[in-house]
Design a protein around this ligand. Sequence first.
Ligand SMILES: [Zn+2]
Length: 281
Amino acid sequence: MTTLSVQTLAGRRCRVLLWTVGILLLFQACTKRVCPVTEDAAPPAAPRPSSCPAPRPGSVAVAEKPLTRSSDCRTVTHEVAPLETLWRLSRMYDIPVESICSANGIKPSDPLHVGQKLVIPNTRSFRHVIALYPNRRWTHIVVHHTATDIGKALLIDRTHHDRGFWHGLGYHFLIDNGTLGKGDGQIEVAPRWIKQQTGAHCKAGNMNEKAIGIALVGNFNEDLPTPRQLDSLAYLLDLLTRYYRIPSNRIVGHREVPGANTDCPGSRFPWHSVRQVLTAR
Ligand SMILES: [Zn+2]
């Protein structure tokens, strides 16, 4: 075999390998419904196609999953939570930004205000919209309860501001329990996650610096999370642990962190059910 033919064969093998890796990455990204997209700061002008290319290394990806779906169109009112944008609302309700704008007499460039009420016309579904940012700092996940019967991100954001947390809501994600106008199992993405800021949820073990903070609305010393809250928690844990390669023994309850003087997320928190759902995925 000549030197030229050896080089040609090696080149072919290399191209075949690259094509195989590319196809595998494309398949993996689309089956997980994770598509690359620019986050809220620069929303795409048009809806993304149903098929999606693989996330580029270093790019932001977004995972979407329906929480509710209906065969009938509904018009609902949405109260804007901290850092929510028209792009995010259009993804959550699966309708174009333009439809929200025309229903409310606003322009796509208009800023939204926390607490603003927007009409969401003709929606059939409500989806989790979770952005995943390349970031090596997230090595743990700490689960909390709010120790309140009711709650939503906007309310807890104000409460945490009043307690002196400069950046408001101390968690990265809040899983609602169907009170105060929020959906049962709805995952609210907090500003600290969108900005990739440190948490204000667990000083012990330096967890604020390295752990993603997830809180469920409820007091689990008294009650249990709703089935939809548990399902959303399992979905979120599955998504985050895969993306950030966090081993399951680094998913902990607040009270399990050495030095944390708390009973959070409550004596009745059903870890067994959560781990069962996670294992079944
Ligand atoms: Zn806690």
